[in-house]
Design a protein around this ligand. Structure first.
Ligand code: IPM
Ligand code: MN
Length: 354
């Protein structure tokens, strides 16, 4: 029987609660579809940092390379200054494990309230491919004359041919495999950021000749936020840089029903990938059994698909759609009509029987 070694990092706040339900559903899938999950838990997060002063031990990175995938809950603690855990854990893992794609499906499931008037599941079903290891996230820059009235703060965006090309190539391949509208939209800012987006545009134009079956398109990032609201049905796959991808995928999460359902994958196609619900640690709901675990469950589904368990991943998604379509009153914490554990039970049950 195929066995997958999975590192689980439940993390902070409601992370452990949603990961528990995600694991419950994954176990149901493994039983039904005949594979095994060998789970190993790690306590990285705010509590460990406050206790030990350490975000991620160096040895952890090498250890994590030995897994088939990583499942992450949430990182973020009200008593830790913003930036320490994000940079020390989440971004460090993305960078050091070279997870150069951040894959964010934006799909409105049946029964889910959409804030866009007259838009339904047929209109909202696209995927954002966000570059995940370059751009402004590299953290390059400098202060000059810090603290004086003449202070200068420089924040650099790093875009390499290698990094841009592998991201765009992934997006073309993904679009082909997805086989929906076979349309790839480059989202950038070629009218103002004329160094970075010149490189992106040139690379995109060169690669598109290799993919004659894929229709291509371009949208400025500011305009795309408009189209997400007005015409989300126009999109199939979108490729963009790290910062723009960060921003537009939060908007995407809202039009698919909110953070309760939004999942993402940090993908290294040649290495170890990490899957996470994209909402935060939601500390005010911690321990109340009211947080929505569907985003973490969907992250688990993305992990199954990545591992090659496509039938299991499809069934998991169908199970989630049964639950949103037939059971939940809302996706919002405390208003679902069910507790966190009950939602996990429902999805696991459908996974076993569907
Ligand atoms: C995300 C998050 C992270 C990011 C933060 C927590 C560093 O917002 O995954 O989108 O900016 O990438
Ligand atoms: Mn973000």
């Amino acid at each position: 029987m195929k066995t997958y070694k999975i590192a689980v990092i439940p993390g902070d706040g409601t992370g452990p609660e949603v990961i528990r339900e995600s694991v419950k559903v994954l176990e149901a899938a493994s039983e039904r579809f005949g594979f095994k999950l060998d789970l190993n838990y790690y306590d990285f997060g705010g509590d460990r940092y406050l206790r030990t002063g350490e975000t991620l031990p160096d040895s952890a990175i090498d250890e994590l390379r030995g897994y088939d995938a990583i499942l992450l809950g949430a990182i973020g603690h009200p008593d830790v200054k913003p930036g320490i855990l994000e940079k020390g854990i989440l971004l460090r893992l993305r960078f050091e494990l070279d997870q150069y794609i951040n894959l964010r499906p934006i799909k409105l499931y049946p029964g889910v309230d959409c804030p866009l008037k007259d838009k339904g599941p047929d209109d909202i079903d696209f995927v954002v491919v966000r570059e995940n290891t370059e751009g402004l996230y590299v953290g390059g820059g400098a202060f000059l004359r810090k603290g004086t009235p003449h202070e200068v703060a420089i924040q650099e965006s790093v875009n390499t041919r290698h990094g841009v090309e592998r991201c765009i190539r992934f997006a073309f391949e993904y679009c082909r495999k997805r086989n929906k509208d076979k349309k790839l939209t480059l989202c950038g800012k070629t009218n103002v950021l004329t160094f970075a987006w010149d490189l992106w545009q040139r690379t995109f134009d060169e690669l598109k000749d290799e993919y004659p079956d894929i229709e291509t398109d371009y949208a400025h990032v500011d305009a795309i936020t408009m189209w997400f609201v007005k015409n989300p049905e126009w999109f199939d796959v979108i490729v963009t840089d790290n910062m723009f991808g960060d921003i537009i995928t939060d908007l995407g999460a809202m039009i698919q029903g909110g953070m309760g359902i939004a999942a993402g994958g940090n993908i290294n196609p040649e290495g170890v990938s990490m899957f996470e619900p994209i909402g935060g640690s939601a500390p005010k709901y911690t321990g109340k059994n009211v947080i929505n675990p569907l985003a973490a469950i969907c992250a688990g589904g993305m992990m199954l698909e990545h591992l090659g368990q496509e039938e299991a991943a499809k069934t998991l998604e169908k199970a989630v759609m049964e639950v949103t379509g037939k059971h939940l009153k809302s996706l919002a914490a405390g208003r679902m009509g069910y507790s966190t554990t009950e939602v996990g039970d429902l999805v696991a049950d459908y996974v076993s029987k569907l």
